[in-house]
Design a protein around this ligand. Structure first.
Ligand code: PEP
Ligand code: MN
Length: 336
């Protein structure tokens, strides 16, 4: 950390800053300049909380050199991580995976039909929400525990590991008993109690990017899970809020190569929630693979027009099979 003093700062103010740094158990190295003095802070391991310093008089600016995350960073862990989800390997050097299924589990027939269809088309994982984070309380909220059981049964029947969302720290044990991969939705990316509980879970986590989260905030949330003792985190870009209203969100594909620079964790892309529009899902899925995504999360519904949530962005089984055939050709072309 570098503390830049104002050009009007007095010797007493500089001394007070030096003492405050030393009270934190760190070393302060004043660097006098022609116009102002800067104070280099040394001896820290990782990010410094500047709370007790930032309001001291005479300070013009505090520049953080270390990031608010460490365990997820590539500096700390140069080798890319591969996460094993019930035998499906996700990450660098692995064939990109596809998790597919409905937004929500709506009933036995719906989830079994979808599971069979996505399995036949080549999906690696089955998705389906049982606890749904809906914007308003008057819409379908998911089947809860019954939905978890139906999803797990469809996964067993089709031979696909399952991924589903967990919204509350109290449900982590229950969801982990049914699912192979625990999803944190965009709206809960900064639910810190949930992240801490997932740090203690024995199942891998799919952490979706918050609607307005910066890359730094996204990685700091992943850090909670790793710091809690769970190393198996997969990141997922699902579009961010911008001024644009023609699409549901704006897919930020540049995050894919950028995450690979900053972090060793795998990164997947969800073109369904990113666009909100069925016709845009296949082209954005392909673009995500070209950008280097380690996997895709795609909503598929046997009858999208009857879906209780996210029908407009759900592919039909036929549409999904066509996309999977295209992705196969793309894998061959990209050599992944
Ligand atoms: C979902 O995957 O069904 C979902 C609710 O996604 P997000 O949290 O990205 O909106
Ligand atoms: Mn959805």
């Amino acid at each position: 950390m570098l503390i830049v003093m104002s050009h009007k700062a007095t010797k007493e103010q500089l001394d007070a800053v030096v003492q405050a740094v030393e009270r934190m158990g760190l070393r302060a190295a004043p660097i006098p300049g022609s116009e102002r003095t800067a104070v280099g802070v040394l001896g820290n391991e990782g990010y410094i909380d500047d709370l007790t310093i930032r309001d001291l008089p005479g300070i013009q600016q505090i520049i953080h050199v270390s990031k608010p995350y460490k365990m997820v960073s590539r500096d700390f862990h140069p080798q890319s991580s591969v996460v094993n989800v019930a035998g499906v390997r996700i990450g660098a050097g692995c064939r990109p995976v596809v998790a597919a299924g409905p937004c929500a589990v709506e009933g036995e027939e719906q989830i079994i039909r979808t599971a069979r269809a996505v399995k036949a088309a080549g999906a690696d994982l089955l998705r389906g929400g049982a606890y749904k984070p809906r914007t308003g309380p008057h819409t379908f909220q998911g089947l809860g525990e019954a939905g978890l059981s139906l999803l797990a049964a469809a996964g067993r029947e089709s031979g696909l590991p399952v991924v589903t969302e967990v919204m509350s720290p109290d449900h982590v044990g229950l969801v982990a008993a049914h699912a192979d991969l625990l999803q944190v939705g965009a709206r809960n990316m900064q639910n810190f109690d949930l992240l801490k509980e997932l740090g203690r879970a024995a199942k891998p986590v799919l952490l979706k990017r918050g609607m307005s989260a910066t890359i730094e905030e996204f990685l700091a949330s992943a850090e909670y899970i790793l710091a809690g003792g769970n190393p198996d985190v997969i990141l997922c870009e699902r579009g961010i809020r911008t001024f644009e209203t023609a699409t549901r969100n704006t897919l930020d594909l540049s995050i894919v190569p950028l995450i690979k620079e900053f972090s060793h964790l795998p990164i997947m892309v969800d073109p369904s929630h990113a666009t909100g529009k069925r016709s845009l899902v296949p082209p954005m899925a392909k673009a995500a693979l070209v950008a280097g995504a380690h996997g895709l999360l795609i909503e598929v519904h046997p009858e999208p027009e009857k879906a209780l949530s996210d029908g407009p962005q759900s592919l039909t089984p036929q549409g999904f099979a066509a996309l999977m055939a295209d992705l196969g050709r793309l894998h061959a072309f990209l050599g992944v």
